[in-house]
Design a protein around this ligand. Structure first.
Ligand code: SF4
Ligand code: SF4
Ligand code: SF4
Length: 358
């Protein structure tokens, strides 16, 4: 802006100088020659133009001065708010740690572990999803401090068994009883219902000093979170329950009696044919292999919830079986104390026995 004014001033000065010379020239001519008719008018125009230009020059000078004095106006600072970027969270990829499991045996035939291994490659698939802390059948290795899931087969018979069970419980989030021995007491529990010292003589010539405790299921000593029944367990059921647990899904076994599966297979009913089949009161899920092979169900999977054993007992007595014969069947897998817990069902059963004897 100041530079423009300066240029205009310079040009105007030159123009004024020229005009002043012109006016001077007119004045000299007027002094030397007689005045022409148009002379004074031309001089007057030039003179008034000269005055205007001088006036313009003064204006320009004033403006120039003002412009110089004016502080240059700085353009207003516009503050652009730069939004702070959210710090990018470093998301480290941490694969979920594999759950640690154990498959532990107490006193038993270890047939349930064999059933697991019988899964073959499908067991290896499960094994790939977990860290196996203890599985005596595979390898003996140092135990981790804690387990996510512990499967326990066998009955806690010896003191060492009981201590081991309690220790496992304290170190595990979820404890599964595996098979009839763990869930019911199993075959070993037969001696609970008989003279246990007498039974010892069948095995040991001299049994003095041998610990001979009553046989109890795991749930007698510790909290059991889930039971996979059977003698041995159904390997497919084990696979399903394990996959559900690994997926965080609460496992569930449908409460249907063995008869349900037996009838689905269109088997001829053994009970109706007069055989002592416990199918109506036993938890299904095994696929009813025994009645499918013409062998009555012995109840290895334990009683179904809300079973009515008294009704079946009456029916078997009516079919000609003695109470002792019936008891021997219900005692086979340690189920009797589950059907008739000591209070108040045992007196109830005793009453039933008395009634039947009358
Ligand atoms: S439940 Fe049967 S197969 Fe399993 S460990 Fe006990 S006796 Fe053996
Ligand atoms: S055979 Fe046994 S399991 Fe099958 S339907 Fe008859 S009672 Fe039930
Ligand atoms: S049919 Fe009875 S005895 Fe046979 S596997 Fe099933 S529950 Fe056990």
């Amino acid at each position: 802006m100041a530079d423009d004014l300066q240029n205009q001033i310079e040009q105007l000065k030159k123009r004024i100088e020229e005009l002043e010379k012109q006016v001077k020239g007119y004045q000299q001519k007027e002094e030397q020659q007689p005045v022409a008719a148009s002379g004074p008018a031309v001089r007057s125009n030039a003179f008034s133009l000269l005055e205007k230009m001088r006036q313009s020059l003064n204006d320009l000078k004033v403006r120039f001065k003002e412009t110089k004095q004016k502080k240059p106006v700085r353009p207003k600072r516009t503050t652009v708010k730069i939004q702070k970027k959210e710090p990018v969270k470093k998301t480290e990829f941490r694969p979920r740690p594999k759950p640690t499991i154990a498959i532990v045996s107490l006193t038993c035939c270890e047939g349930c572990q064999v059933a697991i291994l019988d899964l073959g490659e499908r067991f290896l698939e499960v094994a790939g999803q977990v860290k196996i802390g203890d599985f005596a059948f595979l390898e003996d290795r140092a135990e981790p401090p804690n387990y996510d899931i512990v499967f326990v087969e066998g009955a806690p018979i010896t003191k060492e068994n009981i201590l081991r069970l309690k220790d496992l419980r304290a170190r595990s989030k979820f404890l599964v009883a595996l098979g009839a021995c763990a869930a019911l007491g199993g075959i070993a529990e037969i001696k609970n219902y008989q003279d246990k010292n007498e039974r010892m003589r069948y095995v040991y010539k001299n049994f003095e000093g041998i610990n001979n405790p009553d046989i109890k299921p795991l749930s007698f000593y510790v909290k059991v979170d889930f039971e996979i029944p059977g003698c041995p367990i159904n390997k497919e059921e084990f696979l399903k329950v394990t996959q559900q647990l690994l997926a965080g899904v609460p496992p569930r076994i449908p409460q249907r009696p063995v008869c349900y599966e037996c009838q689905m297979k269109q088997n001829k009913c053994l009970l109706q044919a007069g055989l002592p089949c416990l199918g109506p009161v036993i938890l299904g899920g095994c696929g009813a292999p025994c009645p499918s092979n013409a062998y009555p169900c012995d109840g290895c999977r334990g009683p179904i919830k809300n079973a009515n054993p008294d009704k079946l007992n009456k029916q078997l007595v009516a079919q000609g079986y003695s109470q002792k014969e019936i008891d021997l069947i219900t005692q086979r897998f340690g189920m009797e104390d589950k059907i008739y817990p000591e209070t108040p069902a045992l007196p109830l059963k005793n009453n039933l026995k008395k009634n039947l004897k009358k």
